[in-house]
Ligand binder design. Sequence first.
Ligand SMILES: [Zn+2]
Length: 179
Amino acid sequence: MQGHFRLTSGLHSAAYLQCALVLQYPGDAERLGGLLAEELRRMGGATVNVVASPALGGVIIGHEVARALGSRFVFTERDPTDRKMILRRGFQIAPGEIAVVVEDVITTGGSTQEVVEALRAAGAQVAAAGSLIDRSGGAAEVGAPRVALATLQVESYPPEFCPLCGQGIPVVKPGSRPA
Ligand SMILES: [Zn+2]
């Protein structure tokens, strides 16, 4: 999508990768999940017990990756009070379980890194992280080995240096989280 967007990371950009537009087709979602699962299996080595994704963006693709890996799937949500990424809904991670983290789009890697940390705090061994799209040009660090089906270099700016803000163009928050 082209325009003037405020990303989840807080950065502004003229382009937004809306994975929901491809994931609305279950056949495509399953195929992409299978491709990402192959990459993660290659990196993770051992059997993956659980795939975890940050809600809402990572849920559909994470579930498809889990289907392809034959593992179970859980998702993290933000605690409404302190905004920390946590497992809710009775999801349990057993100490020593091998986990991978799956996201739709990585920009700064912040959300993925929070899931990696939440899993480690629960005793999981995080083997790898994967996303459909990496829009950081490969630069994002998430605290685990990382793979993406497509790596793009898409310009994004802190709001105070955003040329679109400079032109007075209204900014849109396209994702699932409130601005
Ligand atoms: Zn802007």
